[in-house]
Design a protein around this ligand. Structure first.
Ligand SMILES: CC(C)=CCNc1ncnc2c1ncn2[C@@H]1O[C@H](COP(=O)(O)O)[C@@H](O)[C@H]1O
Ligand SMILES: [Zn+2]
Length: 357
Protein backbone atom coordinates (compact mmCIF):
# COMPACT_ATOMS: atom_id res chain seq x y z
CA UNK A 1 0.00 0.00 0.00
CA UNK A 2 1.11 3.56 -0.73
CA UNK A 3 2.84 4.54 2.52
CA UNK A 4 1.54 8.09 2.24
CA UNK A 5 -2.07 6.95 2.35
CA UNK A 6 -2.18 6.50 6.11
CA UNK A 7 -1.09 10.05 7.08
CA UNK A 8 -3.19 11.43 4.22
CA UNK A 9 -6.34 9.72 5.51
CA UNK A 10 -5.66 10.93 9.03
CA UNK A 11 -5.07 14.51 7.90
CA UNK A 12 -8.07 14.45 5.57
CA UNK A 13 -10.99 16.45 7.02
CA UNK A 14 -13.82 13.95 7.27
CA UNK A 15 -17.59 13.69 7.71
CA UNK A 16 -19.01 10.79 9.75
CA UNK A 17 -22.70 10.15 9.12
CA UNK A 18 -23.24 6.64 10.49
CA UNK A 19 -22.02 6.14 14.05
CA UNK A 20 -23.98 4.41 16.82
CA UNK A 21 -23.01 6.00 20.12
CA UNK A 22 -22.74 2.84 22.21
CA UNK A 23 -20.95 0.98 19.43
CA UNK A 24 -18.40 3.78 19.10
CA UNK A 25 -16.91 3.64 22.61
CA UNK A 26 -13.13 3.17 22.51
CA UNK A 27 -11.07 0.67 24.51
CA UNK A 28 -9.77 3.48 26.75
CA UNK A 29 -13.30 4.64 27.64
CA UNK A 30 -14.46 1.07 28.02
CA UNK A 31 -11.70 0.57 30.58
CA UNK A 32 -13.03 3.48 32.61
CA UNK A 33 -16.58 2.13 32.41
CA UNK A 34 -15.50 -1.39 33.39
CA UNK A 35 -13.58 0.04 36.37
CA UNK A 36 -16.74 1.83 37.52
CA UNK A 37 -18.67 -1.45 37.60
CA UNK A 38 -16.29 -4.24 38.69
CA UNK A 39 -19.21 -6.32 40.02
CA UNK A 40 -20.42 -6.92 36.44
CA UNK A 41 -17.20 -8.84 35.75
CA UNK A 42 -17.10 -7.68 32.14
CA UNK A 43 -13.97 -8.36 30.09
CA UNK A 44 -12.75 -6.41 27.06
CA UNK A 45 -13.27 -9.40 24.85
CA UNK A 46 -17.01 -9.00 25.52
CA UNK A 47 -17.24 -5.41 24.25
CA UNK A 48 -15.19 -5.43 21.06
CA UNK A 49 -14.33 -7.61 18.11
CA UNK A 50 -10.65 -7.47 17.20
CA UNK A 51 -8.81 -7.53 13.90
CA UNK A 52 -9.15 -10.78 12.05
CA UNK A 53 -12.08 -11.93 14.17
CA UNK A 54 -15.52 -12.32 12.64
CA UNK A 55 -18.82 -12.93 14.35
CA UNK A 56 -22.33 -13.62 13.19
CA UNK A 57 -24.79 -10.73 13.30
CA UNK A 58 -26.45 -12.38 16.25
CA UNK A 59 -23.19 -12.56 18.21
CA UNK A 60 -22.50 -8.91 17.36
CA UNK A 61 -25.85 -7.85 18.75
CA UNK A 62 -25.04 -9.63 22.03
CA UNK A 63 -22.09 -7.24 22.37
CA UNK A 64 -24.47 -4.27 22.55
CA UNK A 65 -26.31 -5.87 25.46
CA UNK A 66 -23.04 -5.99 27.40
CA UNK A 67 -22.16 -2.39 26.53
CA UNK A 68 -25.62 -1.21 27.60
CA UNK A 69 -24.96 -2.70 31.06
CA UNK A 70 -21.83 -0.58 31.27
CA UNK A 71 -23.54 2.61 30.09
CA UNK A 72 -26.67 2.68 32.21
CA UNK A 73 -26.62 6.03 33.99
CA UNK A 74 -26.63 9.70 33.07
CA UNK A 75 -22.99 10.02 34.21
CA UNK A 76 -21.84 7.03 32.11
CA UNK A 77 -23.67 8.31 29.08
CA UNK A 78 -22.30 11.84 29.37
CA UNK A 79 -18.75 10.57 29.81
CA UNK A 80 -19.03 8.04 26.95
CA UNK A 81 -20.66 10.51 24.53
CA UNK A 82 -18.09 13.22 25.21
CA UNK A 83 -15.22 10.77 24.76
CA UNK A 84 -16.66 9.47 21.48
CA UNK A 85 -17.05 13.03 20.13
CA UNK A 86 -13.47 13.93 21.14
CA UNK A 87 -12.08 10.79 19.51
CA UNK A 88 -13.86 11.47 16.24
CA UNK A 89 -12.46 14.99 16.31
CA UNK A 90 -8.94 13.68 17.02
CA UNK A 91 -9.32 11.43 13.98
CA UNK A 92 -9.98 14.47 11.77
CA UNK A 93 -13.78 14.24 11.70
CA UNK A 94 -15.09 17.80 11.40
CA UNK A 95 -18.79 17.00 11.13
CA UNK A 96 -20.46 14.11 12.94
CA UNK A 97 -23.99 12.76 13.06
CA UNK A 98 -24.19 10.58 16.14
CA UNK A 99 -27.13 8.22 16.51
CA UNK A 100 -28.39 6.52 19.66
CA UNK A 101 -31.44 4.69 20.97
CA UNK A 102 -33.09 6.33 24.01
CA UNK A 103 -33.26 3.79 26.83
CA UNK A 104 -34.94 3.46 30.22
CA UNK A 105 -32.74 2.13 33.04
CA UNK A 106 -34.84 1.72 36.16
CA UNK A 107 -31.82 0.96 38.40
CA UNK A 108 -30.30 4.36 37.82
CA UNK A 109 -33.44 6.39 37.11
CA UNK A 110 -32.47 6.99 33.49
CA UNK A 111 -35.51 7.88 31.38
CA UNK A 112 -35.74 8.24 27.61
CA UNK A 113 -36.05 12.02 27.95
CA UNK A 114 -33.03 12.16 30.23
CA UNK A 115 -31.19 9.98 27.75
CA UNK A 116 -31.80 12.36 24.86
CA UNK A 117 -31.04 15.39 27.04
CA UNK A 118 -27.74 13.87 28.18
CA UNK A 119 -26.56 13.25 24.62
CA UNK A 120 -27.52 16.84 23.74
CA UNK A 121 -25.65 18.04 26.85
CA UNK A 122 -22.53 16.09 25.80
CA UNK A 123 -22.67 17.75 22.37
CA UNK A 124 -23.10 21.19 23.97
CA UNK A 125 -20.25 20.65 26.44
CA UNK A 126 -17.88 19.58 23.65
CA UNK A 127 -18.78 22.74 21.76
CA UNK A 128 -18.15 24.88 24.83
CA UNK A 129 -14.82 23.13 25.31
CA UNK A 130 -13.91 24.03 21.70
CA UNK A 131 -13.62 20.48 20.46
CA UNK A 132 -13.11 20.97 16.73
CA UNK A 133 -16.20 19.21 15.38
CA UNK A 134 -19.83 20.04 14.59
CA UNK A 135 -22.09 17.35 16.04
CA UNK A 136 -25.76 16.57 15.35
CA UNK A 137 -27.95 13.88 16.86
CA UNK A 138 -30.14 11.28 15.15
CA UNK A 139 -32.59 9.67 17.57
CA UNK A 140 -32.70 5.94 16.88
CA UNK A 141 -35.64 3.57 16.67
CA UNK A 142 -34.74 -0.02 17.53
CA UNK A 143 -36.88 -2.12 15.16
CA UNK A 144 -37.08 -4.87 17.78
CA UNK A 145 -39.28 -2.70 20.01
CA UNK A 146 -42.25 -2.48 17.65
CA UNK A 147 -44.62 0.25 16.40
CA UNK A 148 -45.75 1.82 19.71
CA UNK A 149 -42.22 2.46 20.91
CA UNK A 150 -41.31 3.71 17.45
CA UNK A 151 -44.14 6.25 17.56
CA UNK A 152 -43.17 7.33 21.08
CA UNK A 153 -39.57 7.81 19.91
CA UNK A 154 -40.72 9.92 16.97
CA UNK A 155 -42.62 12.21 19.37
CA UNK A 156 -39.54 12.49 21.54
CA UNK A 157 -37.36 13.31 18.55
CA UNK A 158 -39.86 15.90 17.33
CA UNK A 159 -39.88 17.63 20.74
CA UNK A 160 -36.12 17.85 20.81
CA UNK A 161 -35.85 18.84 17.18
CA UNK A 162 -37.88 21.90 18.17
CA UNK A 163 -36.01 22.65 21.40
CA UNK A 164 -32.37 21.62 20.86
CA UNK A 165 -31.33 24.55 18.65
CA UNK A 166 -30.64 22.35 15.66
CA UNK A 167 -28.81 19.51 17.43
CA UNK A 168 -31.53 16.89 16.84
CA UNK A 169 -31.93 16.71 13.06
CA UNK A 170 -33.34 13.32 12.29
CA UNK A 171 -34.00 9.70 13.07
CA UNK A 172 -32.34 6.38 12.49
CA UNK A 173 -33.94 2.97 12.09
CA UNK A 174 -31.64 0.24 13.33
CA UNK A 175 -31.43 -2.87 15.49
CA UNK A 176 -31.21 -6.55 14.61
CA UNK A 177 -32.38 -6.75 10.97
CA UNK A 178 -33.64 -10.30 11.55
CA UNK A 179 -36.21 -9.04 14.05
CA UNK A 180 -39.44 -7.18 13.24
CA UNK A 181 -40.73 -5.83 9.94
CA UNK A 182 -40.48 -2.33 8.51
CA UNK A 183 -44.15 -2.33 7.51
CA UNK A 184 -45.16 -2.04 11.16
CA UNK A 185 -42.88 0.96 11.59
CA UNK A 186 -43.95 2.78 8.45
CA UNK A 187 -46.59 5.03 10.13
CA UNK A 188 -44.06 6.22 12.72
CA UNK A 189 -41.42 6.91 10.08
CA UNK A 190 -43.99 8.69 7.94
CA UNK A 191 -44.90 10.89 10.88
CA UNK A 192 -41.25 11.67 11.51
CA UNK A 193 -40.81 12.69 7.91
CA UNK A 194 -43.92 14.85 7.94
CA UNK A 195 -42.74 16.81 10.94
CA UNK A 196 -39.41 17.62 9.31
CA UNK A 197 -37.12 15.00 10.80
CA UNK A 198 -34.61 13.54 8.33
CA UNK A 199 -34.54 9.76 7.95
CA UNK A 200 -31.41 7.58 7.87
CA UNK A 201 -32.62 3.99 7.68
CA UNK A 202 -30.72 0.72 7.86
CA UNK A 203 -31.91 -1.12 4.78
CA UNK A 204 -31.15 -4.47 3.14
CA UNK A 205 -28.44 -5.20 5.70
CA UNK A 206 -29.33 -8.88 5.30
CA UNK A 207 -30.56 -10.70 2.17
CA UNK A 208 -34.17 -11.31 3.17
CA UNK A 209 -35.27 -7.67 3.27
CA UNK A 210 -36.16 -7.04 -0.36
CA UNK A 211 -39.85 -6.49 0.28
CA UNK A 212 -39.18 -4.32 3.31
CA UNK A 213 -36.73 -2.16 1.37
CA UNK A 214 -39.33 -1.63 -1.40
CA UNK A 215 -41.75 -0.45 1.26
CA UNK A 216 -39.29 1.83 3.06
CA UNK A 217 -38.31 3.42 -0.25
CA UNK A 218 -41.88 4.72 -0.60
CA UNK A 219 -41.22 7.13 2.28
CA UNK A 220 -38.53 7.80 0.86
CA UNK A 221 -35.59 7.86 3.31
CA UNK A 222 -33.01 10.67 3.10
CA UNK A 223 -30.13 8.22 3.45
CA UNK A 224 -29.67 4.46 3.48
CA UNK A 225 -27.48 2.57 5.97
CA UNK A 226 -25.56 -0.33 4.37
CA UNK A 227 -27.90 -1.29 1.50
CA UNK A 228 -25.75 -4.41 1.19
CA UNK A 229 -28.33 -6.52 -0.61
CA UNK A 230 -30.08 -3.94 -2.78
CA UNK A 231 -28.55 -4.77 -6.14
CA UNK A 232 -29.54 -7.79 -8.24
CA UNK A 233 -26.06 -9.40 -8.21
CA UNK A 234 -26.56 -10.19 -4.52
CA UNK A 235 -30.24 -11.08 -4.64
CA UNK A 236 -31.73 -7.56 -4.64
CA UNK A 237 -33.49 -6.16 -7.69
CA UNK A 238 -33.24 -3.63 -10.51
CA UNK A 239 -36.33 -1.99 -9.14
CA UNK A 240 -34.58 -1.27 -5.83
CA UNK A 241 -31.46 0.01 -7.58
CA UNK A 242 -33.58 2.15 -9.87
CA UNK A 243 -35.49 3.74 -6.99
CA UNK A 244 -32.35 4.47 -4.98
CA UNK A 245 -30.69 6.02 -8.04
CA UNK A 246 -33.75 7.95 -9.11
CA UNK A 247 -34.09 9.42 -5.64
CA UNK A 248 -30.32 10.03 -5.48
CA UNK A 249 -30.45 8.61 -1.95
CA UNK A 250 -26.93 8.51 -0.46
CA UNK A 251 -25.61 5.22 0.91
CA UNK A 252 -23.71 5.05 4.20
CA UNK A 253 -21.13 2.33 3.65
CA UNK A 254 -19.28 0.66 6.51
CA UNK A 255 -16.63 -1.72 5.18
CA UNK A 256 -15.18 -3.20 8.38
CA UNK A 257 -18.57 -3.56 10.04
CA UNK A 258 -19.90 -5.61 7.13
CA UNK A 259 -16.84 -7.87 7.06
CA UNK A 260 -16.74 -8.42 10.82
CA UNK A 261 -20.49 -8.96 10.99
CA UNK A 262 -20.14 -11.47 8.14
CA UNK A 263 -22.75 -9.95 5.85
CA UNK A 264 -20.02 -9.41 3.24
CA UNK A 265 -17.43 -12.12 2.51
CA UNK A 266 -14.35 -9.96 1.98
CA UNK A 267 -13.33 -6.33 1.44
CA UNK A 268 -12.96 -7.06 -2.28
CA UNK A 269 -16.56 -8.27 -2.45
CA UNK A 270 -18.00 -5.19 -0.75
CA UNK A 271 -20.76 -3.33 -2.61
CA UNK A 272 -18.87 -0.01 -2.46
CA UNK A 273 -17.51 -0.28 -6.05
CA UNK A 274 -20.92 -1.26 -7.44
CA UNK A 275 -22.44 2.06 -6.38
CA UNK A 276 -19.27 4.14 -6.68
CA UNK A 277 -18.85 3.20 -10.33
CA UNK A 278 -22.42 4.28 -11.00
CA UNK A 279 -21.48 7.71 -9.67
CA UNK A 280 -24.01 7.27 -6.87
CA UNK A 281 -23.39 9.25 -3.64
CA UNK A 282 -21.48 6.92 -1.27
CA UNK A 283 -20.31 7.97 2.18
CA UNK A 284 -17.68 5.95 4.04
CA UNK A 285 -18.65 5.49 7.70
CA UNK A 286 -17.57 3.46 10.75
CA UNK A 287 -20.93 2.16 12.13
CA UNK A 288 -19.47 1.01 15.48
CA UNK A 289 -15.81 2.08 15.68
CA UNK A 290 -15.45 0.68 19.23
CA UNK A 291 -17.01 -2.72 18.61
CA UNK A 292 -15.18 -3.18 15.30
CA UNK A 293 -11.88 -1.62 16.43
CA UNK A 294 -11.70 0.83 13.55
CA UNK A 295 -11.64 4.57 12.83
CA UNK A 296 -12.93 6.67 9.95
CA UNK A 297 -9.34 7.25 8.74
CA UNK A 298 -8.86 3.51 8.67
CA UNK A 299 -12.04 3.05 6.63
CA UNK A 300 -10.74 5.57 4.07
CA UNK A 301 -7.41 3.71 3.94
CA UNK A 302 -9.19 0.41 3.43
CA UNK A 303 -11.25 1.86 0.59
CA UNK A 304 -8.04 3.25 -0.95
CA UNK A 305 -6.12 -0.01 -0.76
CA UNK A 306 -8.99 -2.31 -1.72
CA UNK A 307 -10.49 -0.30 -4.56
CA UNK A 308 -7.42 1.59 -5.77
CA UNK A 309 -8.60 5.09 -4.87
CA UNK A 310 -5.94 7.79 -5.12
CA UNK A 311 -5.68 10.87 -2.90
CA UNK A 312 -7.80 12.95 -5.25
CA UNK A 313 -10.59 10.36 -5.17
CA UNK A 314 -10.41 10.18 -1.35
CA UNK A 315 -10.59 13.95 -1.11
CA UNK A 316 -13.65 14.08 -3.36
CA UNK A 317 -15.31 11.27 -1.39
CA UNK A 318 -14.88 13.13 1.89
CA UNK A 319 -15.99 16.45 0.40
CA UNK A 320 -19.11 14.96 -1.20
CA UNK A 321 -20.21 13.62 2.17
CA UNK A 322 -20.95 17.22 3.21
CA UNK A 323 -23.87 17.44 0.81
CA UNK A 324 -25.21 14.08 2.08
CA UNK A 325 -25.37 15.36 5.66
CA UNK A 326 -28.46 16.65 7.44
CA UNK A 327 -26.70 19.89 8.39
CA UNK A 328 -28.52 23.14 7.67
CA UNK A 329 -27.49 24.85 4.42
CA UNK A 330 -25.43 27.52 6.19
CA UNK A 331 -23.37 24.85 7.98
CA UNK A 332 -22.86 22.92 4.74
CA UNK A 333 -21.49 26.11 3.18
CA UNK A 334 -19.14 26.66 6.13
CA UNK A 335 -17.90 23.08 5.81
CA UNK A 336 -17.38 23.46 2.05
CA UNK A 337 -15.31 26.56 2.75
CA UNK A 338 -13.31 24.74 5.37
CA UNK A 339 -12.56 21.90 2.97
CA UNK A 340 -11.61 24.36 0.21
CA UNK A 341 -9.20 26.20 2.49
CA UNK A 342 -7.72 23.10 4.11
CA UNK A 343 -3.90 22.89 3.81
CA UNK A 344 -4.21 19.35 2.46
CA UNK A 345 -6.43 20.62 -0.35
CA UNK A 346 -3.57 22.86 -1.41
CA UNK A 347 -1.05 20.02 -1.55
CA UNK A 348 -3.50 17.74 -3.22
CA UNK A 349 -4.43 20.31 -5.89
CA UNK A 350 -0.73 21.02 -6.48
CA UNK A 351 -0.17 17.26 -6.86
CA UNK A 352 -3.06 16.79 -9.23
CA UNK A 353 -1.98 19.91 -11.10
CA UNK A 354 1.48 18.36 -11.43
CA UNK A 355 -0.09 15.09 -12.53
CA UNK A 356 -2.08 16.88 -15.21
CA UNK A 357 1.00 18.60 -16.70
C1 LIG B 1 -24.12 -6.40 14.78
C2 LIG B 1 -23.53 -5.64 13.68
C3 LIG B 1 -22.87 -6.37 12.59
C4 LIG B 1 -23.63 -4.32 13.77
C5 LIG B 1 -23.62 -3.40 12.65
N1 LIG B 1 -24.91 -3.17 12.18
C6 LIG B 1 -25.94 -2.67 12.87
N2 LIG B 1 -27.15 -2.93 12.34
C7 LIG B 1 -28.27 -2.51 12.96
N3 LIG B 1 -28.27 -1.84 14.11
C8 LIG B 1 -27.09 -1.57 14.69
C9 LIG B 1 -25.87 -1.95 14.10
N4 LIG B 1 -24.88 -1.52 14.91
C10 LIG B 1 -25.46 -0.88 15.96
N5 LIG B 1 -26.79 -0.93 15.85
C11 LIG B 1 -27.80 -0.39 16.77
O1 LIG B 1 -27.16 0.53 17.65
C12 LIG B 1 -27.33 0.13 19.02
C13 LIG B 1 -26.11 0.50 19.83
O2 LIG B 1 -25.98 1.91 19.90
P1 LIG B 1 -26.96 2.82 20.80
O3 LIG B 1 -27.28 2.11 22.06
O4 LIG B 1 -28.19 3.07 19.96
O5 LIG B 1 -26.15 4.07 21.03
C14 LIG B 1 -27.59 -1.37 18.93
O6 LIG B 1 -28.28 -1.85 20.05
C15 LIG B 1 -28.40 -1.48 17.63
O7 LIG B 1 -29.75 -1.17 17.88
ZN1 LIG C 1 -25.48 0.88 11.73
Amino acid sequence: MDKEVEPFCRALPKVELHAHLNGSISVATMERLIARKPHLNIKHSMTAIHKGQRRTLDECFQVFKVIHQLVDSEEDLLMAAKAVIREFSEDGVRYLELRSTPRVETNTGLTKRKYVETVIEAIRQCKQEDVDIDVRFLVAVDRRNGPEVAMETVKLAEDYMLSSEGIVVGMDLSGDPMVGHGKDLLPALQKARNCGLKLALHMSEVPCQKEESELLLTLPPDRIGHGTFLHPEVGGSWSLVHKVREGNIPLELCLTSNIMGKTVESYEKHHFPYWYKLGHPCVLCTDDKGVFSTSLSQEYQLAASTFGLDQEALWILSQQAISCSFAPEAIKQQLEKRWAEHPLQLTYSQDSGAKRK
